[in-house]
Write a protein that binds this ligand. Structure first.
Ligand code: SF4
Length: 553
């Protein structure tokens, strides 16, 4: 077990602005901690030499005069650094603000400067936003005061709540993360527990519920067969009118709902097209309520068993509106409605790739290394998220963490070209499989144009890897973007870089063939490895010829 720093301090600096390269300190405070409690504190005001914004004066309750009597910014930061006397300083978003300020104003802090956002990622990965403001609101129901000492104490209370959140993680996850922090020699180890004796880099797959093997993913053919005769099902346009009308169930649930003639006309046209299995193109002006105009007849058809209805959008904003506002409203109006948001497979973590990466870490030979974050620390962040996610959707990972681990996350995402389904040993817990099954059992599935169009050629080239369920009704909203998305989705681009990367992953020193070569294989297995080597070498020659002889810059 590694020893942590002698003393921990919470550091908070209030500045004239958000840009650390130009901001000037106005106030700095530090709390010395003992046993997780405040033991001692120092707070100093600084005179920035420029007017202080009215907004900051109002929020902090201070006056210009208060700051005029302060130290110079450099003196204020030096006083705080002396107070911290080389202990470990904890600050939120430390790299972004505090470390730059200390350097700019030549204040020397001999101890480590730790970013408490990392601790929040480890302890509460399920929160969308880990800014100080958002943590204060979601964990404590408070807001920062813009006074350095008060905000340092606020951060101390946040750390106490994060410590509770950390303990809510399954014991196996905590032990796995502590083991990884120990390997990374991370200072967070002494904050969260003790090192030594923890399992190293387990894939934690057993924490992910197994899919119900009794309900296989329905193939398109079986879904079509089940639906034979449903073309005869019709929805009475009057049902649609009464659902949308001023005295209908939607109006009862939403006081601002008003009957709109254009919306009613569009809903009637959509209902007729769905009844007749016909194509319909509608150009609807802003504000007529077009999403309800197609959803209302759509969900009534689904209720009659004629679903599923696929709704494809271009923007994330419209997806969110449908998923979080319109469909819940219709579900309440109708009594029940199964709906889901389905994304392309590269939005989901591939458990097989994750498991193989964990094994490479255990063997001390990490296969995927990107950026400056050590692999063991990246493992700790991802293990924390994996043990809490219920969807495996990589977009759930907090944005700044996502940016920091971008390369690794991209490499661990599912891809249709390397998915081993149905031979994958992780298929029974696979997130993509889970999303497919959820979509297959939903009445309404919201997707985007990119997924809709990408499935056109996946369905032809690798039908088993298609993500979309078979559907009878399709609405393409924001259809004016469809042409551009189609051009992008149906264009195949190949670069020398991509080819070299694939070859590296296959025959490179840490590639899949090198790892297979270390297994104790029988003669047949060895022959297969040799054959794969030979074919890869041929492929490398062909790539060379293609890019250097046939394709000229
Ligand atoms: S089935 Fe495909 S996406 Fe799922 S874990 Fe296996 S390889 Fe990954």
């Amino acid at each position: 077990m590694r020893k942590g720093p002698e003393d921990y301090f919470i550091l908070e600096i209030i500045t004239t602005g958000p840009d650390p390269q130009t901001a000037i300190p106005l106030e700095a405070a530090a709390l010395r901690l003992s046993g997780g409690e405040e033991a001692e504190s120092l707070s100093v005001l600084a005179d920035p030499g420029v007017p202080v914004s009215a907004c900051l004066l109002e929020r902090s309750g201070r006056s210009e005069e208060d700051f005029r009597q302060g130290l110079t910014p450099a003196e204020a930061l030096s006083a705080i650094c002396q107070f911290m006397r080389g202990g470990a300083a904890l600050a939120h978003d430390a790299a972004e603000m505090e470390s730059v300020l200390l350097e700019r104003f030549r204040a020397t802090h001999a101890g480590p400067l730790l970013d408490t956002r990392e601790l929040a990622w480890l302890a509460a990965p399920y929160l969308r936003d880990h800014s100080l403001h958002s943590l204060a609101a979601s964990l404590l129901g408070e807001t920062p005061t813009w006074k350095a000492l008060d905000d340092a104490r606020l951060l101390l209370r946040i750390l106490a709540r994060l410590s509770e959140a950390w303990k809510e993680n399954p014991a196996r996850t905590r032990r796995a993360i502590l083991g990884a922090l120990d390997e990374a020699q991370s200072p967070w180890l002494s904050f969260l527990g003790k090192g030594g004796g923890h399992p190293l880099f387990p894939d934690l797959a057993e924490l992910i519920p197994s899919l119900d093997r009794g309900k296989p993913f329905p193939s398109g053919a079986s879904a079509r067969d089940e639906g034979a005769g449903l073309d005869e099902v019709k929805v009475n346009p009057e049902e649609v009118s009464s659902l949308l009308g001023p005295r209908g169930p939607l109006a009862a649930l939403r006081p601002d709902h008003e009957g709109r003639p254009q919306q009613a006309a569009m809903a009637e046209a959509v209902a007729s097209a769905m009844n007749d299995a016909a194509f319909l193109v509608v150009e609807a002006g802003t504000g007529i309520g077009k999403s309800l105009a197609y959803l209302a007849p759509g969900v009534l058809h689904c209720a009659a068993g004629k679903g599923p209805l696929l709704v494809s959008t271009y923007t994330r904003h419209l997806q969110e509106q449908l998923f979080h506002r319109d469909l819940p409203l219709l579900a309440r109006a109708l009594g029940s409605l199964d709906y889901c948001l389905l994304k392309g497979r590269n939005n989901y973590l591939c458990l097989r790739k994750w498991s193989e990466w964990c094994r490479s870490l255990r063997e001390g030979n990490p296969t995927l290394e990107f950026g400056e974050t050590p692999s063991s620390l990246s493992y700790a962040f991802l293990a924390s998220w994996i043990s809490r996610t219920t969807s495996g959707d990589l977009e759930e990972i907090p944005l700044l963490l996502h940016l920091r681990l971008q390369g690794l996350i991209g490499a661990l995402a599912s891809g249709h070209e390397d998915c081993l389904r149905p031979h994958c040993r992780m298929q029974s817990r696979c997130w993509v499989e889970r999303a497919r099954r959820l979509a297959a059992s939903s009445q309404v599935v919201v997707i985007n144009h990119a997924l809709l169009l990408s499935q056109a050629w996946v369905a032809e080239s690798a039908p088993g890897n298609a993500v979309l369920p078979d559907f009878r009704l399709l609405v393409v909203d924001e259809a004016h973007h469809l042409e551009d998305v189609a051009t992008e989705a149906l264009t195949l681009s190949v670069s020398l870089r991509d080819c070299l990367k694939s070859l590296e992953e296959t025959v490179g020193p840490r590639g899949i063939l090198a790892r297979c070569g270390r297994l104790s294989l029988d003669q047949e297995g060895m022959n297969m490895i040799s054959e794969a080597h030979r074919e890869s070498e041929e492929a490398a020659h062909e790539v060379e010829e293609l890019f250097f002889e046939r394709v000229r810059p």
